[in-house]
Design a protein around this ligand. Sequence first.
Ligand code: BGC
Length: 349
Amino acid sequence: MIKKSMFYIILLIFIAIIFSSCDSNNKEQVIKKDEKVIIGFLMDTLKEERWQRDRDIFVAESEKLGAEVLVIAANGDDEKQIEQAKYLLNKGVDILVVVPHDAVVAKKIVEMAHRVNVKVVAYDRMIEGDVDYYISFDNEKVGELQGNYLVEKLKITEGNVVYIGGANTDNNAHQFRDGAISVLDNYDKINILYDEYTDDWKTSVAREHMESVLNTTDEKIDAVICANDAIAGSIYSLFAEKKMKSILIGQDAEISACQRIVEGKQTMTVYKDVRLLAKNAAKMVIDIVNNKEINVTQVIQNDFKDVESILLEPIVVDKDNMMELIIKSGFHKSSDVYRNTNPDDRPND
Ligand code: BGC
């Protein structure tokens, strides 16, 4: 009798232990679900105007979705970017979003993150190696749009073209260049007079490139295609000092470039709506952490694998569609873009 009741007591204790352990597992899951996702955002630079917007919108959107973002910029320094990655991983971020300074060096960041089971998203610029996801614009198309504008819209199918590229260490710079040159290569009478990358996207280096072109040739320069608007700005200044004029093409739709365009100082730019990039990236990143399905638009081959990617569309902007694309979409204000123009020449909002 005693034995039987002992048996029931032990059975009850056993059942109670099983139930309480199930309960504590559930509690742990609930606690984990309620924890904030912490995103580490490693940026290369905040130098060009766009990156501040990328940062601000990415942070605001992630916070709206309930996450917290720790942002650090490396100011173009590889070692620093790796140290910053270590720092964020030690802080226990759930995921790393990286704008690499150098596509190859940043492989290390991916390796470090994977060692502690943290995924890495390449933001705007591809990283080599085993990076988990990539989100950007169709950067080869950016270059194609520049080239096509010259030959199709402006009908410049012969003459001397100078190409001033971006940083050799940035995969985008290669894609911009390849896109533009692939279009120009279809025209036998287009002479690519100069074609160089620009260390670290430095406008001073871009200016030196152009100076060396001017020092070595007396030929007319029919067009200059620049890998971004900051470079186009430095070429414009040099030409202005020398009282020269040429077709000038850039990309990024920076405010200063939009001003130059409506003032007739730059011919066109390519608009990449970084607001969309930052918003899509925030959603993508939080979905990755929560193991949700990611609606990738394509897979992009890096040196190592096919990387699941979201690529957004770049769009041509010139003075004709400035109002429609840039101002009506709120990318820049009319009062800023047309600041230096005669009020009578301004289109209506
Ligand atoms: C970006 C450009 C930017 C450049 C310099 C590139 O990777 O795509 O938008 O102007 O870096 O920061």
